[in-house]
Design a binder for this molecule. Structure first.
Ligand code: SAM
Length: 212
């Protein structure tokens, strides 16, 4: 747990500076999976459960944004989904993801309002652990909507800090009001790192939407 806490501190200290953050994730990649699963963070379990509830077609073309080492897609693949693509800026994280052999394609890109992938191309877009402070900004939701086909499903984890203090609350209200999507589901709030006293303040939800 100490190692995880040290990495989290370094990641949050980068304060969203992209090159610093990418270098940190490159360095973390080798130990990331072991530390993530040992942390008890339930977001992948809840997010993959939401995909199972709302994406009923195993042939669906699913984009995992901020895919990191591919933990989300690894579970989706085990559930029977096979048309999976991933996007992440960190070459180190992508190298680990590639070795899992669960993605049809991986894209070394940032998620923001304009993502250089085809519009309305994906049946579902998923994001775990990315919509949080110091990572992808609120405008990333515009990028996710741009990539999702009409009627497609969007599932993402969201930290309460990002929601309350980093502009996601306002961005979500704007997308609700402009009818870009309709809300399908929201988990209960959960503690992100249940075994860490230092990170006891961190909380997340997982949300699901349908693009209109
Ligand atoms: C906490 S990890 C989560 C990885 C994976 N989704 C998982 O749940 O195991 C956060 C990931 O988001 C990526 N990331 C950070 N900023 C990003 C951005 N603007 N666009 C896309 N990915 C980003 C990092 O490179 C890192 O791989």
């Amino acid at each position: 747990m100490d190692e995880l806490e040290t990495w989290l501190e370094r990641v949050y200290q980068a304060d969203g500076e992209r090159k610093t953050l990418d270098a940190l994730y490159d360095e973390w990649a080798g130990d990331y999976d072991q530390q993530l699963w040992a942390s008890g963070n339930p977001y992948i379990a809840i997010a993959t459960g939401m995909v199972g509830r709302h994406v009923r077609d195993f042939d669906a073309r699913i984009l995992d944004v901020g895919c990191g080492t591919g933990n989300m897609a690894q579970v989706l693949h085990q559930m029977g989904y096979h048309n999976l693509e991933g996007l992440d800026p960190s070459s180190g994280m992508l190298a680990v993801a590639q070795r899992k052999e669960v993605y049809e394609q991986l894209h070394q890109l940032y998620l923001d309002s304009q993502v250089d992938l085809p519009d309305a191309h994906y049946d579902a877009v998923v994001a775990a652990g990315v919509l949080t402070h110091g990572h992808a900004p609120p405008e990333s939701l515009d990028g996710i909507i741009k990539l999702t086909r009409s009627g497609g499903i969007i599932v993402f984890s969201l930290s309460t800090i990002a929601h309350d203090e980093y502009g996601f609350k306002q961005k979500i209200a704007e997308l609700d009001a402009t009818g870009h999507w309709e809300k399908l589901d929201q988990s209960l709030m959960f503690r992100t790192y249940p075994f860490s006293d230092k990170e006891a303040h961190l909380r997340h939800w997982v949300l699901a939407y349908r693009k209109c």
